[in-house]
Design a protein around this ligand. Structure first.
Ligand SMILES: [Zn+2]
Length: 283
């Protein structure tokens, strides 16, 4: 097959992943609202917060339903926040982006075992993208990173990425991931002790997950991902202070910056590290 033959295949793949991401984004709206309140994410079915009327399946199509309804509940005409379709769009865009990055960085696999290993890795990072969106929004909303989302991630990522690296004949990646998780969690634990209030135990537990995923990819990804949190978070804090929109010590959650930094490390860790080293004349 020539690259041109692959265009239709990749296009169909991108559309399917995008639609799946929109549906996951729709589910994340439920997660972001219910998990911090200790509610089940499966029952009861979604209802309008204004009138309590159940949302019909045809009014629950990601993005399109909100547009068709003009951003209002069908029965009580109460406005529905634009955040719902935006989170759905973010889910779709994130899934297409992750699938694109993964395909571009791993290439197309020739053997069945390599295809399975690559597929498991892709699922792992799609899962990480979904929980990143949920955790970032929940931390912005209520300054918390719920254990119900963070703790299962240790199991899911260990199983998916561990199996992928063993199938691919690279068990060292699993060891590297474990070290990365422990090191980044320990680093945040020290910060939480040194500066209580700025960092919490939720950040420590999330750091373990992010360190694991970053180091599974490589040490450069881990370093860039870890520094990315402080770089983007620090830049944002400087802008807020300079524009007088926040006072020193006012509570800005750090989770969204940890997640943003980690994704910079995941997608661009290796090229950014090479760029930095070559700018120092070291590579
Ligand atoms: Zn209503």
């Amino acid at each position: 097959m020539t690259p041109a033959d692959l265009v239709p295949l990749l296009t169909v793949g991108a559309v399917l992943v995008g639609v799946f991401g929109l549906l996951i984004g729709s589910f994340l709206n439920v997660v972001v609202y219910r998990v911090p309140n200790g509610l089940s994410v499966v029952s009861p079915p979604s209802a309008c917060p204004g009138c309590g009327e159940g949302i019909k399946p045809y009014d629950n199509v990601p993005v399109l339903s909100w547009l068709v309804l003009g951003g209002k509940c069908r029965s009580c005409r109460e406005p529905i926040s634009a955040r719902y379709p935006l989170v759905e769009l973010a889910g779709g865009a994130a899934f297409v982006g992750v699938a694109w990055w993964w395909t571009a960085s791993t290439g197309l696999q020739a053997t069945p075992t390599a295809v399975i290993a690559s597929g498991l890795g892709l699922v792992a990072f799609l899962y990480l993208a979904a929980i990143s969106l949920a955790l970032g929004l929940i931390d912005l909303d209520v300054h918390r990173l719920p254990d119900r989302i963070v703790l299962p991630a240790y199991v899911v990522l260990t199983v998916l990425l561990g199996t992928a690296s063993i199938i691919a004949g690279d068990p060292g990646a699993l060891g590297r991931a474990a070290i990365g998780g422990v090191v980044l969690a320990a680093f945040y634990l020290v910060l939480a002790f040194v500066k209580p209030g700025a960092m919490g135990l939720g950040d420590v537990k999330l750091a373990g997950v992010l360190g694991f995923a970053l180091a599974w990819l490589g040490w450069e990804e881990l370093i860039v991902g870890a520094c990315g949190a402080f770089f983007t978070g620090g830049l944002f804090a400087i802008v807020l202070l300079a524009t007088g929109r926040a006072r020193r010590g006012s509570g800005i959650p750090f989770g969204p910056w940890m997640l943003l930094g980690a994704w910079i490390g995941i997608v661009a860790g290796a090229p950014l590290a090479d760029l930095y080293l070559s700018s120092l004349g070291l590579a």
